[in-house]
Design a protein around this ligand. Structure first.
Ligand code: HEM
Length: 425
């Protein structure tokens, strides 16, 4: 990553490999250095041969995510040959063509009226009310998992990722959607296989997931219940418009995958951050009312998602004074924005009292603009409940390894622990 820096601040000829292990193991330092050198830098990612611009500054990230001149679907760029882009992405991941549509036409792949339509139909059933009504159930699931942990012999080392951070969100999202208990372990395995980015595996997993969801939809059509899947089947707007079967399958896939992998690592990263900053944990224990703010700050400081999907410029434009050509891809590096000193004082410092108002969030860990995370309220709620209950039940909770030995799973655009070994007492 060393190359000449022009006097304009632009980094000439540099291409940052998003799969570079050094960058993936220190994305905070890496993207902060890039951010301070230039508004954008070229990036590369396997299977993508369109030029990608990595945007790292707070205002620029927000611009990319909210300016209509950027689209998620390259087909909306005038004159762009998208077949090539899509086919390459499908091939690179070993996805069988018959399953590609489930991954290519989701809510994150569409723009404008198509996006508003999908978002509106899912929002009819995935409401703020449904999320807040779920809170007691999230608390019960959490307590049951903690009961299981409490039964481990004193002094045993427990992996909190495996025993707590994963099971909580997968249980919650599966209950919400209506995925039966017996298939949940299978979903967790599928989720793991998908994020591992192993091409051979990817296709098989998608085929299995699609078949499973199709069967669930049939079952719910015959026996409706109060779950979200039944809500999706029934959802329609004033004009009688409703989700097609393909859209429903894609939506369930998105919700279950987006809903547990990410939240698990918010809990894992968040607990690790508090254990390595005991003064912040003590503050939170003294003042439990700080919890919503604490979760906002943890999302900023160690949120699990570091980059958004690619956006495509529909016309020639400029970001931070640098030119972006029509059809070029831009990736919003949330990690760069969340550590931008132009927006946050002393961004490297974890400070759970930082948010001026717990209802407002200025970090971009859940994205920004039209595609802002649909599940943010649920994820925040799970984070709050999980961290509060864990610290209440186990006041002596401590890391069982030196913080520098905490192992990360290195994935581009993602920040996650492979394991979180702790002692409960
Ligand atoms: C979108 C992060 C939890 C469902 C997004 C985006 C981000 C994000 C950054 C925007 C991506 C982009 O613009 O390219 C996170 C994080 C989570 C989390 C960090 C946990 C800590 C959830 C949960 C659900 C969910 C629990 C569902 C139950 C979605 C959906 C979208 C989305 C459906 C697409 C929205 C749209 O395109 O309109 N998420 N998410 N997420 N998220 Fe989340």
């Amino acid at each position: 990553m060393t190359s000449p820096v022009e006097s304009s601040g632009a980094v000439a000829g540099e291409v940052v490999d998003l799969m570079d292990p050094a960058l993936m193991s220190d994305p905070f330092g890496g993207f902060s250095r890039l951010r301070e050198r230039a508004a954008m830098v070229r990036g590369s990612f396997p299977g993508v041969d369109t030029p990608i611009w990595l945007v790292t500054r707070y205002d620029d990230v927000k611009l990319v995510l909210s300016d209509r001149r950027f689209v998620n679907d390259p087909a909306n760029v005038p004159g762009m040959d998208v077949r090539n882009i899509r086919e390459k992405a499908i091939q690179a991941r070993g996805i069988p063509p018959e399953c590609a549509r489930y991954l290519m036409d989701g809510i994150l792949d569409v723009d404008g009226a198509d996006h508003i339509r999908l978002r509106r139909l899912v929002s009819r059933t995935f409401t703020a009310r449904r999320v807040s009504e779920l809170r007691p159930r999230v608390e019960d699931i959490t307590e049951a998992l903690l009961d299981g942990l409490a039964a481990t012999p004193a002094n045993d080392v427990v992996d909190l990722i495996d025993r707590f951070a994963y099971p909580l969100p997968i249980t919650v999202i599966c209950e919400l959607v209506g995925i039966p208990e017996e298939s949940r372990p299978q979903w967790r395995e599928w989720g793991k296989a998908l994020v591992s980015l192993e091409p051979g595996h990817f296709g098989d997993v998608i085929v299995a997931m699609v078949a499973h969801i199709r069967e669930l939809i049939e079952r719910r059509r015959a026996e409706p219940s109060g779950d979200l899947l039944t809500g999706l089947i029934r959802a329609h707007d004033e004009d009688g418009d409703h989700l097609s079967d393909t859209e429903m399958i894609t939506m369930v896939l998105t919700l279950v995958l987006a809903g547990h992998e990410t939240t698990a690592h918010l809990i894992g990263n968040g607990v690790a951050a508090l254990l390595t900053h005991p003064e912040q944990l003590a503050l939170l224990r003294d003042e439990p009312g700080l919890m919503p703010r604490a979760v906002h700050e943890l999302m900023r400081w160690c949120g699990p998602v570091h980059a958004t999907r690619m956006r495509y410029a529909t016309e020639d434009l400029e970001i931070g004074g640098m030119p972006v050509r029509r059809g070029e891809a831009v990736m919003a590096m949330l990690v760069g924005a969340n550590y931008d000193p132009r927006e946050f004082d002393e961004p490297d410092r974890l400070d759970i009292t930082r948010e001026p108002d717990e209802r407002r969030e200025n970090h971009v860990g859940f994205g920004h603009g039209l595609h802002y995370c649909l599940g943010a309220a649920l994820a925040r709620q799970e984070g709050e409940v999980a961290i509060a209950a864990l610290s209440r039940r186990f006041p002596d909770l401590a890391l069982a390894v030196d913080p520098k030995d905490l192992q990360r799973q290195l994935l581009p655009g993602s920040w996650r622990l492979a394991r979180l070994p702790v002692r409960l007492s």
